[in-house]
Design a binder for this molecule. Structure first.
Ligand code: CA
Length: 220
């Protein structure tokens, strides 16, 4: 499940991102309305979590624009406390649900899962790519039925590539998603890929020199 989080408050964005990642979602963060609108309208997300008060372009306008474009992506809006008008406007504009700030992370996860269920997108904790089976809930990886021990970084790399299978993922994107805010040393990704290949087989992750890495799912 790929989720776009549009939130300009970095602390909230980081908290939500960690909670979603820990639950097995792949999360992209947009820090202002324009970037949020651009990503939501050009990329394929299973859901968008959208703060309404945003710099450059407000959340309500994003909801309206997406719905005008006939985008069906489920949208959960985050509204300020006590602002019933924002909630009404958000739903009127085409948002599917809302959550009032501040919120408990458990509630956000429950609302998001309910929203995805309503639109028929189920949160599956299992990702399968060829002989690989990645359980994003128990954090276990099996290859041809054999359990593999991975470090947390190796697991995050594998999960991200598997979620984005059949797409070349640039190294910069991997740095962002695997390391988060901790800037790694140069060549860290290369070294991590090499370690992962030793554990899961060298042909599982392809290199596109100058572009990035790809995990190709064998067509069944
Ligand atoms: Ca805000």
């Amino acid at each position: 499940m790929r989720v776009l989080l549009v939130e300009d408050e970095r602390a909230i964005a980081k908290d939500v991102e960690s909670a979603l990642s820990a639950t097995g979602y792949v999360v992209d963060i947009a820090g202002d309305g324009e970037e949020g609108w651009f990503r939501a309208s050009t990329e394929d997300y299973d859901a968008v979590i959208l703060d309404l008060g945003l710099p450059k372009l407000d959340g309500l306008s994003i909801v309206r624009r997406l719905r005008e474009e006939a985008s069906m992506v489920p949208i959960l809006v985050l509204t300020a406390r006590g602002s019933w008008l924002q909630r009404v406007e958000g739903i009127d504009a085409g948002a599917d649900d809302y959550l009032t700030k501040p919120f408990e992370m458990e509630e956000l996860l429950a609302r998001l899962a309910a929203l995805l269920r309503r639109v028929g997108r189920h949160v599956t904790p299992l990702i399968e790519v060829g002989p690989l089976r990645i359980d994003t809930r128990s954090l276990r990886v099996m290859i041809n039925g054999r359990a593999i021990e991975l470090s947390p970084l190796e697991f995050r790399l594998l999960r991200y590539l598997a979620h984005n299978r059949n797409r070349v993922v640039p190294q910069s994107e991997l740095v962002e998603h695997v390391y988060g805010t901790d800037e790694p040393e140069s060549n860290a990704v290369e070294a991590l890929v090499a370690r992962l290949r030793r554990k899961i087989g060298s042909d599982t992750i392809g290199t596109r020199r100058g572009h990035g890495y790809i995990m190709e799912a064998p067509s069944s």
